[in-house]
Design a protein around this ligand. Structure first.
Ligand code: CP
Length: 313
């Protein structure tokens, strides 16, 4: 499984079996994380670099902790403090990192497709930690792990994703992953933030949050990227919250045992009300914890794929 894959670039490319294999591996990693001594020797001698061209708390930190728990050497480069500021291209930065004996490069970049470009130009394995509006595969994997833990099975569940679907790499990866695993995905959001032709992928699009939430097993809020409002894609934050914000009243349209997910960071009181964030349906903290287990699984499964110690030419 995953035998022929050097890189993890998105869930669009993975089969149902490959996704399940990663989720099963993450369950084992979670067991390790529950031990008093979390340190394992699995990645001893491996080196891992996080290369982030955008801000991050959860993704970067959980990858770094995952690497350290498994005894890898881990270092971080943020674009703002590197030679990127002097005009170095992504490919040249990647080749430089590669030549230092790096086994895995984890990249977050504002341009969709940047990890794919990097992957074609380095021998190290490349893991996509979020590229533009394209994909955020490890986020969707941790979301699916969280759902599976609570519901046992993803097949047959109704998952409602609410918010800015058009610009969300989290929504895109979840749509790929959840539909491959047999869930029904429904979305709602301002019409300017729903991609045209989404329904052709089998996703059900609703005009109102209430309709999308009706009898949902899982409700996923998305971060509203406030810069979209400046570009006129929705009128005001207050209007957005009035029509698309998820509060306890709206959550009652979902099933009684529905789960509430959000990838974070949350704009409190905008896409989710505080009582929902801190309520008993909320799994936001569990998502963060599962993020470490999923990233341990990814590093473990991909560490043997790259081969940075040879020159790349
Ligand atoms: N969910 C997510 O990607 O969070 P960060 O931006 O903090 O990594």
């Amino acid at each position: 499984m995953l035998r022929n894959r050097k890189d993890l670039l998105g869930l669009k490319d993975l089969s149902e079996e490959e996704i399940k294999y990663i989720l099963n591996t993450a369950e084992t990693m979670k067991y390790i994380l529950a031990q008093k001594n979390k340190k394992t020797p699995h990645l001893q001698g491996k080196s891992i670099i996080t290369l982030f061209y955008e801000n991050s708390t959860r993704t970067r930190l959980s990858f770094e902790l995952a690497a350290k728990y498994m005894s890898a050497s881990a270092a971080n480069i943020s674009a703002s403090a590197s030679s990127v500021q002097k005009g170095e291209t992504l490919i040249d930065t990647g080749r430089t990192i590669n030549m230092m004996g790096t086994d895995i490069i984890i990249i977050r970049h504002p341009m969709s497709g940047a990890p794919h470009l990097l992957a074609r130009n380095v021998k190290a394995s490349v893991i996509n930690a979020g590229d533009g509006m394209n994909e955020h595969p490890t986020q969707a994997l941790l979301d699916m792990m969280t759902i599976k833990e609570k519901k046992g099975e993803i097949r047959g569940l109704k998952v409602a994703i609410i918010g800015d679907i058009a610009h969300s790499r989290v929504a895109r990866s979840n749509i790929w992953g959840l539909t491959k695993l047999g869930a029904e995905v429904c979305v709602a959001g301002p019409t300017t933030l729903i991609p045209p032709e989404l329904e052709k992928t089998g996703v059900k699009v609703f005009n109102s949050v209430q309709e999308a939430l009706l009898d949902a097993d899982v409700v996923m809020g998305l971060r509203i990227q406030l810069e979209r409002q400046k570009r006129g894609l929705f009128p005001t934050i207050r209007e957005y919250t009035r029509f698309f914000g998820i509060d306890n009243k709206r959550l009652m349209f979902a099933k009684e045992d529905a789960l509430l997910l959000h990838p974070g960071p949350v704009n409190r009181g905008v896409e989710l009300s505080s009582d929902v964030i801190d309520g008993d349906k909320s799994l936001i903290d569990e998502q963060v914890a599962n993020g470490v287990a999923v990233r341990m699984a990814i590093l473990y499964l991909f560490a043997r794929k790259g081969g940075s110690n040879e020159n790349f030419n």
